[in-house]
Design a protein around this ligand. Sequence first.
Ligand code: UN1
Length: 494
Amino acid sequence: MRFFNYIAHEWIPSASDRWFANLNPANTGDIIGEFPRSNAADIEQAVRTAQEAFRTWSRMPAPRRGEIIRRAGEIFIRRKDELAAIMTREMGKPIFETKGDIQEAIDTAFYSATETRRLFGYNTPSELPNKMNLSFRTPIGVCGIITAWNFPIAVPSWKIFPALAAGNTVVWKPSDDAPHSAVIFAEILEEAGVPPGVFNVVHGDAEAGAALVEHPNVRVIAFTGSTATGTQIAARCGALNKKVSLEMGGKNAVIIMGDADLDLALDGVLWGAFGTTGQRCTATSRLILHEPIYDRFLRMLVEQVQSLRIGSGLDPDIQMGPVINQRQCDKILSYIRIGQEEGARLLTGGKRLDTGELAYGYFIAPTIFTDVLPTMRIWREEIFGPVLSVAKAHSFEHALALANDSEYGLSSAIYTRSVEYAFAAMQDIEAGITYINAPTIGAEAHMPFGGVKNTGNGHREGGWTVFDIFTEWKTVYVDFSGRLQRAQIDTQSD
Ligand code: UN1
């Protein structure tokens, strides 16, 4: 079956007439369909359409736009089961997780819809009499959105709904590993009443993404993906004076102190490290264990990890699905080899699972390395798979130093019963998100989301802060004195 780009409510092939196949990562013989490998001509057409649509969409009262977005949330509720199966089939995570992914988009839709009645500005005193100063948010224009495959609906929704709510129009280049979900996203927005050209989908790979970044009429780029790609995008956006928001890599650490509730911490580490097969930017990939509980906690963890049920996410009993594709599978296995060569101790896992049904997909055993030193690549580099690196800390200060010894700073967590440790962690962990007695994954739609250091470039999606990405401030001075008043001059007597 062939799928198409979505421009101005039409489903159209790429001008390139080239296609890529979308496979089920749990069973690579299951081909979902062929999708267009788009080029600059397709981007040109989509951007032109989005630019035209901007004229009317940006002038629609924001609460009217909000009603359409709210309806989209309701249709996501109605189509949740069907869409979850489509998502799991193309990207592998279990159905209960894809349902959560959709729920995050529903929450974002309702939140964004409600924000259309707020989007507060400022009204402040003027320094001159009979003059009023205001500042309010204005839409920017066409937003280019480029996303990853691991949250095929939630992460795009974090960008698309606020961008639309604020009055922008959108051209979205979804991941070529999860393009079918994007097709459903478009169907839902159309049914909700988003007018033609306001929301467009152009499938493809880096070629289409680069054309979107380069297009002079795309004024904002919002990207989720690797730090390497994001850094290149930021450089181009810098040269072209575009606004750019980046959500990139993570190497998220959990600290477990000697006084922690170990059963609670165990559940948190299992979910944080191996949920979504470790393929979240928020995944727990470093575990810092306080010396007194080091051996005991590892024994508990290994036992649980070895009993995780692994297989196709379409099977409701499965806890962990495959990794996304051959390239990622090779990359993760090569990091496992690097870890062994660097001298870390492989405690469990460390291999591809290829017996029985698993032979048809990209399955990797959940893997734990101990004796990991902060100099090792498996401690420093984002692997994006089910691989957890463990280090021992002699004290809270040592644990904190280990956690902060990273070029990334997205999520973090500490398990402790001590108020002092908890507050010190809140203050001193270098990350955009810190969890106390909860895993590193599980951000909520109405809170700012993003990271410090090489994880981002200072923006926050989610919550009220996302509107800083998708709006510009307009300042207005209303002088009703009926005469020329000179700011900075007429206020001063000397
Ligand atoms: C991502 O992996 O890009 O907090 C986002 C979480 C999810 C979002 C992850 N709500 O883990």
